[in-house]
Design a protein around this ligand. Structure first.
Ligand SMILES: C[S@@+](CC[C@H](N)C(=O)[O-])C[C@H]1O[C@@H](n2cnc3c(N)ncnc32)[C@H](O)[C@@H]1O
Length: 214
């Protein structure tokens, strides 16, 4: 793992118990609102199998579980042990919500398994050379009619909003500045996703992307 990624995961290791609270305070509650909006775009249904890729504290996975119900199944994957521990402690009582400690840049065992994949503020965290591979694995892990939602910074942001995004990254996420080189929609198409819709949020600084496998 590149040293900048290691430093970031070390931060998550320490922040895990306070992560949701801290982000809530720093964004005046807008972080959770944005995540709820993204879950609405995913629109999980009763009985579906959903993956939360880089699931953090497991909060979103627990919301998705409410939608898929007892016949459904939600899997959270995250590389940070303390994130997995917090998620299991808070939401791990239900048998159909599981949290796996996993580096998602490494091979997954899932093929045609999930109806939907959710991921928030994770793609920009992954080392540049692995982003394509993670999207490829996501594509393979989806069933034929599956879809993926990505909530993150908008790498295509332009104008003043781009200046704000770049300043934010220079101050807080210098190691992830290469995210703005990602042509996300072209990459999704290259991977095989057919229909791609994007929803611009906060003057285009953030975006929600919905991509269908077929
Ligand atoms: C910014 S946090 C977002 C967490 C959660 N999705 C949310 O929106 O609240 C990024 C998460 O990605 C996880 N992560 C970073 N690199 C990863 C990797 N290679 N494999 C799995 N998880 C990773 C971190 O541990 C962290 O929990």
């Amino acid at each position: 793992m590149p040293s900048s990624s290691k430093q970031r995961t070390d931060i998550f290791e320490k922040l895990a118990p306070y992560y949701d609270l801290l982000l809530g305070i720093l964004t005046f509650g807008n972080y959770a609102k944005f995540l709820r909006k993204t879950v609405k775009v995913l629109a999980p249904k009763k009985g579906e199998k959903i993956l939360d890729l880089c699931s953090g504290t497991g909060r979103v996975a627990s919301w998705i579980l409410q939608a898929v119900g007892e016949e459904g199944e939600v899997t959270g994957m995250d590389i940070t042990q303390s994130m997995i521990d917090v998620a299991k402690e808070r939401y791990g009582k239900s048998g159909n919500l599981i949290f796996l400690k996993k580096d998602v840049t490494q091979p997954w065992e899932y093929q045609n398994h999930f109806d939907g994949i959710f991921t928030s503020f994770a793609l920009h965290e992954l080392p540049e050379k692995y982003r394509l591979g993670v999207l490829e694995q996501s594509y393979s892990a989806l069933k034929g009619k599956g879809r993926m939602v990505i909530a993150d910074f908008n790498p295509h942001v332009s104008g003043k909003a781009r200046m704000i995004s770049l300043l934010f990254f220079k101050l807080f996420e210098r190691g992830n500045l290469n995210f703005f080189n990602l042509n996300q929609n072209e990459t999704l198409k290259k991977v095989g996703f057919k229909k791609i819709k994007t929803f611009s949020i906060s003057a285009g600084i953030l975006q929600i992307t919905l991509a269908y496998k077929n």
